[in-house]
Design a protein around this ligand. Structure first.
Ligand code: SF4
Length: 731
């Protein structure tokens, strides 16, 4: 790359974040990333939202579609009902107008069921002069296959969506439970009835009259019948122990409070919806004796109803039966505890034990909303605390294993509805981390766009981890539906007109810097450069990241934005934010590796095999493949930028111990160098007990990026140049 001259004011801003000079303008509040320019009015777009949370969620017919998209529902009905030809097209347009009107109503704050909002919107779009339209809209409404609360992509969405998925699974489990228990109750009751018929009491005239029933009460002489059956029946009843056992089992089965029926006393029923982990765990423990009793009653009823109960074997077993005897299959019968942690309580004391409870296998299904993806100025840290709290919870949980984990932005929830339901249904604890797109008060984009931008920018990529799906990462982990998952950043063609009204098509990546531009709190990390000051030293942020370190210092990264007049602007980014972009890229690459994309081990193996193959060919006299190759070498991983002047990295290694969630990865690398303190949080126990390479590897493996390797202590350690480069983002 040629040497280019950089305007001094741009260099100073990039390095220090302090704007100075006429060539830089503070960020205009109305700028938004250029790639989002075309989504000015979301109500005019036909997309997944709003969603219909189906009323008939407890019906077996609708599973797994506990939720539907309004546009999908109307499309389905239109296909069936709209006549062909121009008239059909005219009516179809009215339905699409109605759909848009519903979006508008929701954006204005209306709420309610689809049927209700459909009527309101139909009144708005209908015309008294065109009764045919009103009739057609009414026909479509009557033919819609679902009704239920309409929900837009907003603050309420994650909790309502996850709750509805849980309801649908809960209903399914309740049906299975009732079927099983009803059968057992019927069978035990039959045994009791038969025994009564055989007993002395059962042969009394009144008992016979009651057994025969009212319709034939006048036909029989029950006194005579009683004498007759008393003479001819064997004189035996249920043995007392068995009679008691059956009566007790029936009492427990009939009095169970886990899945009440509508006719049961609901005040007595157990509730399974909570807002904190601590209250859910307390309820789980408090109900354990009832659960044990019920499991025991089911097992006894099963044995009794099939005549397999052997007192010599089973009495002692059931006497000792307690919580420790419960199997996974026993627990799977019962409801899971749904915990929707309110957005502002994620770090509250009552939720501190979240990971411990999940890894202990409690039947919890927990929703955590990640509100803030970019935490600035945390405790005077030298860099953004990107991803420390909100975005790393799911990866930390994944590291613990033994559970189902799903991370996604709320804009993507509908697309992942089957996965969400699977997580609710599986027999493991589950954690759902959702970015709602509403936790950035200074952003002025709709929640849907903010959430979608976070996913696009890899700030909050979607992924799932299902410990029950198999034995390896290939079966357990999925990068779900992230766009262009093979690449660092997704790219789009940006089409615009230049100042000479020429159409320009520019391939543009959407990076973490573009996402940060959506949030006005980070405006100070950007400055706008007027078109007259654009120069060759400015390069798109994604390209800047790929430059070798020496060339990065000669270039200034920028992102494209548009103002309210739809004019394209360039906004340069300070070095501190670019560090966050690089860390975002690094974390995304780790996820890619889990999915087998650019896997370092596989690449190293490939390189070794290739070298061995080349060596063999050379020894056989063939030309060196590398020497004859015309392909350009793969770009090396990019180097980290130098630290900014007000954000000094430390030379010594250190750990932000108070943030450590105790995942143990660092100790797996070197247990003599890293250890836990009395709070079970990692500290550097002995810096001399390992190498700089191990420090860097630990920093790279740390789920929450809190290990800072500093500078090498031993200047003679091999490979230091590469290690220092790898350590730079963590210093
Ligand atoms: S410091 Fe160690 S134990 Fe703590 S989160 Fe990082 S790797 Fe895990």
């Amino acid at each position: 790359m040629d040497m280019v001259t950089q305007p001094q004011d741009q260099v100073v801003f990039h390095l220090t974040g302090k704007p100075a000079g006429a060539g830089l303008l503070p960020l205009n509040n109305c700028l938004r990333p250029a790639q989002l320019a075309r989504y000015a009015d979301l109500t005019a777009l036909r997309y997944d939202f709003p969603l219909v949370l189906r009323d008939d969620v407890d019906s077996a017919d609708v599973q797994p579609d506990f939720v539907a998209s309004l546009s999908a529902l109307t499309s389905e009905v239109l296909t069936d009902l709209a006549p062909r030809g121009p008239e059909g097209e005219r009516l179809r347009r009215h339905v699409l107008r109605l759909e848009r009107e519903i979006r508008r109503l929701l954006a204005e704050g209306s709420s309610g069921k689809l049927s209700h909002l459909w009527s309101t919107a139909a009144e708005r779009v209908g015309s008294p002069d065109d009764p045919q339209v009103a009739q057609f809209l009414a026909r479509i409404a009557a033919a819609l296959h679902a009704d239920g609360e309409l929900l837009d992509c907003g603050a309420l969405l994650p909790a309502r969506f996850v709750h509805h998925a849980w309801l649908s699974v809960h209903a399914e489990k309740a049906r299975a439970f009732h079927t099983q228990v009803d059968t057992l109750v019927r069978q035990l009751s039959d045994i009791q009835r038969a025994a009564l018929m055989r007993s002395a009491a059962g042969r009394q005239p009144a008992a016979l009259r009651s057994a025969i029933g009212t319709p034939h009460a006048d036909t029989f002489d029950f006194e005579a019948m009683s004498r007759l059956v008393t003479r001819s029946s064997p004189q035996e009843d249920l043995p007392p122990a068995r009679r008691q056992r059956i009566a007790r089992a029936l009492e427990v089965l009939r009095g169970q409070r886990f899945y009440p029926r509508p006719q049961d006393d609901q005040g007595d029923a157990f509730v399974f919806e909570f807002t904190s982990c601590a209250s859910a765990a307390a309820a789980y423990r408090a109900r354990m004796p009832y659960l044990v009793d019920l499991v025991k009653a089911i097992a006894i009823a099963d044995l009794e109803s099939t005549g397999r109960y052997a007192e010599a074997d089973h009495d002692a077993f059931f006497e000792r039966f307690d919580a420790e005897a419960l199997t996974a299959a026993d627990l799977a019968l019962f409801p899971d505890y749904l915990v929707c942690i309110p957005a502002d309580r994620g770090e509250a004391p009552e939720n501190a034990g979240l990971l411990g409870l999940l890894s202990a296998g409690l039947p919890l299904k927990v929703l955590v909303e990640a509100n803030d993806l970019l935490e600035d100025d945390v405790g005077g840290a030298a860099q953004f605390a990107f991803g420390v709290r909100s975005t790393r919870l799911a990866t930390t949980a994944m590291g613990l294993g033994g559970m189902f984990v799903l991370q996604t932005a709320s804009s993507n929830l509908y697309a992942l509805r089957v996965r969400v339901r699977h997580g609710m249904r599986c027999n493991q604890p589950a954690l759902f981390c959702v970015y709602p797109g509403t936790g950035t008060p200074a952003a002025d984009l709709p929640a849907y766009l903010t959430a979608a931008a976070a996913m696009q920018a890899r700030a909050f990529p979607a992924f799932s981890y299902d410990a029950g799906a198999g034995e390896n990462w290939a079966t357990r982990f999925s990068l779900e539906n992230n766009r262009e998952a093979q690449s660092d950043w997704p790219q789009d063609d940006l089409v615009y007109e230049d100042e000479k009204l020429q159409r320009i098509v520019e391939r543009t990546a959407f990076t973490f810097a573009d996402f940060a531009l959506c949030d006005r709190r980070y405006a100070r990390h950007f400055v706008l450069v007027p078109r007259t000051h654009w120069n060759q030293a400015m390069v798109p942020a994604a390209q800047w990241l790929e430059l070798p370190q020496a060339q990065q210092s000669e270039r200034i990264p920028y992102v494209l934005a548009v103002d309210p007049q739809a004019r394209l602007q360039r906004v340069i980014v300070d070095q501190r934010l670019m560090q966050a972009v690089r860390r975002c890229q690094l974390l995304w690459r780790r996820l890619q590796e889990h999915a087998g994309i650019n896997d370092a081990y596989a690449n190293a193996l490939l390189a070794r095999e290739r070298a061995a193959w080349d060596a063999q060919r050379q020894s056989e006299g063939a030309p060196d493949a590398a020497a004859t190759s015309t392909a350009a070498p793969e770009p090396l991983p990019t180097a980290a930028p130098q630290p900014v002047s007000d954000a000094k990295p430390r030379d010594d290694a250190w750990i932000e111990t108070t943030r450590c969630p105790s995942c143990n990865e660092c100790q797996l690398i070197n247990p003599r160098m890293f250890a836990y303190n009395e709070n079970k949080q990692a500290v550097i126990k002995d810096i001399t007990a390992g190498t700089y390479r191990q420090l860097v590897e630990a920093a790279e493996s740390c789920q929450v990026a809190i290990i800072h390797p500093g500078l090498p202590r031993d200047p003679n350690e091999p490979g230091l140049a590469e290690l220092i480069e790898r350590a730079a983002p963590f210093r």
